[in-house]
Design a protein around this ligand. Structure first.
Ligand SMILES: [Zn+2]
Ligand SMILES: [Zn+2]
Length: 352
């Protein structure tokens, strides 16, 4: 009989069952990882509510994780049992037009661990060995479970290519906080983060924002961004919320000749009102990106290892696997919770 493990199975929209399921069996090119921590992401909420990946249920979600190598496939090189690891969740066919160009996120066969195939809200997960990253000793399991979101913001920052001395304004104080930290690292100024929660805004400031615009206090954030950028608007505008209203705002906040960077994910059927006249006459540009791949992961590890990014102010609490469903709801209702981790080993919650 196959071994079993505890897993949180997203059975159908609105239903998570924590139960025993078989431990994944690895192939020659795969590695079995004992999961330590998994960060809860907005995507998990979208899967839970049926907005995303509904056709993939039942599914073990969870994709921002760290763990230790438990078993190594015959062809897996450079890894041994006990290694502290995470894994690049993005998998593609490797041989289509896009994969050959190094654009695996655009591959028609693109799948993500914990979003399209079983992930890490469980005691064990399997991953292709080539996707696995060893974690330096200096990083905790918690830091390591945060590499995925950092890699996403790095990918976006590379697409945006904000120049030294240019102004960057970011709408959103979730991952927007990290975008602010990266903009500061790139030598941008001023860095402006726009959010509506006092605690998150404070953390944004602590992690590198020169200005925070609290939308509960400031009635016209477009005018405020212009005021902080010589009356012109920001050189670079990054949307990290994912609503139509904030996307439309981003195009009003960017200066003529500036660039909007799209990061927040809206519903797949939603559309926005844009003025081609404004875009053409004012030469506004757009870049887009929402996931980190390849060396974005190594770069995330390097930046955390060398203290260029310290994500710890964003860590809120750890809950046992059994509390995943309640934690998903708590995060929706309490904006002071930023990153909540799930542990298959924990027996009670720990506030950080
Ligand atoms: Zn995520
Ligand atoms: Zn492909």
């Amino acid at each position: 009989m196959s071994r079993t493990m505890k897993a949180a199975v997203f059975e159908k929209p609105g239903v998570i069952a924590v139960k025993q399921v078989p431990v994944p069996e690895i192939g020659d090119d795969e590695v079995l990882i004992r999961v330590k921590l998994t960060g809860i992401c907005g995507t998990d909420w979208s899967i839970y509510t049926g907005k995303y990946s509904a056709d993939k249920l039942p599914l073990i979600a969870g994709h921002e994780f760290s763990g230790q190598v438990e078993q190594v496939g015959r062809n897996a090189r450079g890894l041994k049992v006990g290694d502290k690891v995470t894994a690049d969740i993005n998998m593609s066919c490797g041989h289509c037009f896009y994969c050959k160009r190094g654009q695996k996120l655009l591959c028609p066969e693109f799948v993500q661990l914990g979003i399209h195939i079983d992930g890490t809200f469980a005691e064990y997960v399997k991953a292709p060995w080539s996707q696995v990253h060893r974690i330096p000793d200096k990083l905790s399991f918690m830091d390591a479970a945060f590499i995925e979101p950092v890699s996403c913001t790095i990918h976006s920052a590379k697409a945006m290519q904000a120049e030294l001395g240019s102004s960057v304004a970011i709408i959103g104080s979730g991952l927007g906080i990290l975008h602010g930290a990266l903009a500061r690292l790139r030598g941008c100024a001023p860095v402006i983060v726009i959010g509506h929660n006092t605690k998150r805004n404070e953390i944004a400031r602590k992690m590198g924002a020169d200005h925070v615009i609290d939308t509960k206090v400031v009635s016209d954030p477009v005018a405020e961004v212009k005021r902080l950028t010589g009356g012109r608007g920001a050189d670079y505008m990054l949307e990290s919320v994912g609503t139509i209203a904030t996307y439309e705002q981003a195009f009003r906040m960017v200066r003529p000749g500036g660039q909007v960077s799209a990061f927040g994910i809206t519903g797949d059927k939603e559309t926005m009102a844009l003025s081609p006249f404004d875009i053409v006459l004012n030469e506004k540009k757009v870049t887009a990106s929402c996931a980190g791949v390849g060396n974005d992961w190594s770069d995330a590890i390097t930046l955390i290892e060398h203290g260029r990014i310290d994500p710890r102010p964003m860590f809120s609490m750890v809950v046992p696997l059994e509390e995943l469903e309640s934690a998903l709801k708590e995060i929706r209702n309490n904006p002071e919770l930023i990153k909540v981790f799930v542990s298959p080993e924990a027996t009670k919650r720990e506030i950080l």
